[in-house]
Design a protein around this ligand. Sequence first.
Ligand SMILES: [Fe+2]
Length: 309
Amino acid sequence: MSNAPWIPVTDFKRTSGWVRPEVADTRARVCCEMLEQGEILFFGEPPFNLPAEDRKFLLAQQWAEMRMHKNVSYRPGEDVLRGVSGDAATVERLHAILRNYSAEVITFLKKFLAPYAGNWTVDFSSFRPFEEEGRGLPLHKRNDLLHVDAFPSRPTRGGRILRVFTNLNPAKPRVWNTTEKFEVLARRYAADAGLQRIAEDSWLSRTVQDWGDKLGFRGMGRTPYDMFMLGFHDYLKENAVFQKDCPKMRLEFPPLSTWLVFTDGVAHAAMSGQYAIEQTFLIDPKALVSPEQAPYRILETIAGRPLVY
Ligand SMILES: [Fe+2]
């Protein structure tokens, strides 16, 4: 946990990109480095186009009646919107807004974090219309407990989960807690969360993957790293002592601010706030500028065995 809650970026503009093009490469690389070290990069307003009429439309819907899932999600790869029902015109407009939002964030990130461009899988985006405070979700789905992200349906195989968030609430901040860095948490809790067992069972996973290779499924399955991270997500949420006693930093993201963070490495909890929009990227390990900071590498060092292959 560093002393500043986030690192403000003031030399990248929505319309023109890097203010000093001659240092664009260096700045982009430094920004990747800071993110990989567990910092949060902060913009006072969205560094991409997010039309006011789109924001107004998102906030004006009767979300309680349209409610189906935890969030509204959009899958850019398939151009599919999930989690809403309603009249066809409204759903079509929402679809168009999410499609456009996603494209804008991708264009922005190609310029802002150039070292990652082309070395990522564009994952889902989501719109989060419900107040986070007091949502009453089941324990493992609760957003207000500190956790690192891991997706049951999308193993990253060592790749990293980068998320771009914008607080669309015109009046209220979105409030997060964060805590100590991944390496500190891993050194303290990975053993108790079952790292050694998962690492030692890896012959089984390796055998399954060898068979996958023969059948042409390379890269589809979970690695021991993915299995550990799914378990670690639950372990942290279940650990009442950790949740209560760990040092916490409170972050209040003001209306329209935008922040970028590797949520697989920065433990976070959304304490309150309503109306956020977010796009996720899975960054290929080979594109990382500080690969030794990646959670899989930290965990491999602790386990003394490879966890990704
Ligand atoms: Fe999360």
